[in-house]
Design a protein around this ligand. Structure first.
Ligand SMILES: NC(=O)c1ccc[n+]([C@@H]2O[C@H](COP(=O)([O-])OP(=O)(O)OC[C@H]3O[C@@H](n4cnc5c(N)ncnc54)[C@H](O)[C@@H]3O)[C@@H](O)[C@H]2O)c1
Length: 402
């Protein structure tokens, strides 16, 4: 095992800062099995964003390009956290330079680019992973455990929605999120997470139907300066067309179960409402990202006259929590930023050579990222064919979340 690992983050935006903070905290979680983690650089094309994030999260320096990170001898591990259409160039360059890469979801904005990235990962000696962060939410991991250990048993029906409202305001500035092919809007941005969770819990989705993609705000003003994440900013009076979906929905079939997913970026009042319900042979469970340290559970284990959903507060008896928080006592609460920390920890453990049996579950591979994109492409194809059923390519080389 190497004695130290140098870390960099490319992109100092909304999610880049979450990666930067996560690497900082990763070695403080669980037993001290990691080598020394050196927080080396944050690279952003906008020097102000990069410098601010580097200072805030305690990184040694700032760079302005992925090329500088690729060329740096003191960097081993890199998170790529920039617009989806920029992932390919950076990831290919970093892998060619021997860096271990954790790329944000969705893997790319086109299957062609994602396939090229997977081929580059195959050729590389270094590790390439994709960040489907929500699988690290203790509540989601616990519901999966209850399905797999038979407590809930086989999933019959999945109902998921990821409602956000970052695009409600028509004066909200144009950004990379509003450009791209059919399905690259809300479906790729937040639907990628929900589709991954559906398969994490229910196994591979085999068919989608009823695909709907709708744009409801058709143009947006150009910002006068740089915009970060979903921030509002001063805008000009020049408008550009919104190219992709504000709202998307589809039905899905597992090998032996069914369900539906609905996603939105114009759900006023729902800044980040990732919610789902699973109905299984022995009961049901509900998760709501707005209350991440609890789940609701319904089990057929009491007389029906007394039965109903019960609130289960998550704590050290549930996945990730024991040792995974500085204070890991019952009912202390935790949230989405902790999931980024668990993801960073898992990635660093794999890079450091900590055996899988002594590590957090490994991060998803690029083949999972391609499958996730193929699934979303099938939804776009269904929408283009007025909701017709479209088969999803089975994955051959892996099991989601294995
Ligand atoms: N896992 C999650 O929960 C989650 C949440 C949000 C975003 N994401 C993903 O993270 C990625 C970034 O999203 P975001 O919301 O942070 O975007 P953002 O717009 O907030 O930030 C992107 C940053 O990249 C910088 N940038 C642009 N071009 C660059 C280049 N060539 N080199 C270096 N920096 C460059 C920008 O200046 C900006 O600071 C996307 O792939 C998105 O899907 C994941």
């Amino acid at each position: 095992m190497s004695t130290s690992l140098g870390v960099a983050v490319i992109g100092a935006g909304m999610a880049g800062r979450a990666h930067a903070a996560a690497y900082r905290v990763a070695s403080t979680l669980y037993s001290p099995t990691l080598p020394e983690i050196r927080l080396v650089s944050i690279a952003d094309i906008n020097p102000e964003f990069g410098a601010l994030a580097a200072k805030r999260f305690g990184y040694e320096r700032t760079d302005s390009s992925w090329q500088a990170i690729a060329a740096a001898d003191d960097i081993d591990v890199v998170s790529v956290v920039i617009a989806n259409s920029l992932h390919r160039e950076a990831v290919e360059g970093l892998l060619a330079a021997g860096k271990h890469v954790l790329c944000e979801k969705p893997l790319s904005d086109s299957i062609e680019d994602a396939s090229a990235m997977a081929a580059a990962a195959e050729r590389a000696d270094s590790i390439a992973r994709v960040g489907f962060t929500y699988r690290r939410s203790p509540g989601i991991a616990y519901i999966r455990q209850l399905i797999q250990d038979g407590t809930l048993g086989r999933l019959l029906h999945f109902s998921g929605r990821y409602w956000t409202d970052y695009a409600c305001d028509p004066q909200g500035p144009m950004s990379w999120r509003f450009k791209g092919a059919a399905g690259s809007g809300a479906l790729a941005d937040v639907g990628s997470h929900m589709a991954y969770i559906a398969e994490f819990l229910g196994g591979e989705i085999q068919e989608v139907s009823g695909g709907t993609l709708t744009t409801v705000i058709h143009e947006r003003p150009l910002p006068l300066g740089a915009v970060l994440g979903h921030d509002h900013a001063a805008v000009s009076d020049t408008f550009e067309a919104v190219e992709n979906d504000d709202y998307a929905a589809f039905s899905l079939k597992f090998a032996d179960g069914a369900g539906a997913i609905e996603v939105s970026r114009v759900a006023r009042g729902h800044a980040n409402s990732l919610t789902f319900e699973v109905f299984c042979e022995n009961g049901a469970a509900r998760y709501d990202q707005r209350r991440p340290s609890e789940i609701e559970l319904f089990l057929n284990d009491v007389p029906s006259a007394q039965n109903g959903y019960r609130q289960v507060i998550l704590g050290p008896e549930h996945p990730y929590v024991a040792g995974g928080l500085a204070m890991d006592a019952p009912s202390v609460g935790f949230g989405q930023n902790d999931a980024f920390a668990y993801q960073a920890r898992s990635f660093l453990e794999e890079v450091a050579g900590v055996p899988e049996s002594k590590s957090l579950p490994r991060c998803a591979g690029f083949e999972d990222g391609i499958h996730n994109m193929e699934l979303l492409n099938a939804v776009a194809a269904s929408a283009a064919a007025h909701g017709s059923a479209v088969r999803v390519n089975p994955t051959t080389t892996h099991k989601i979340g294995a």
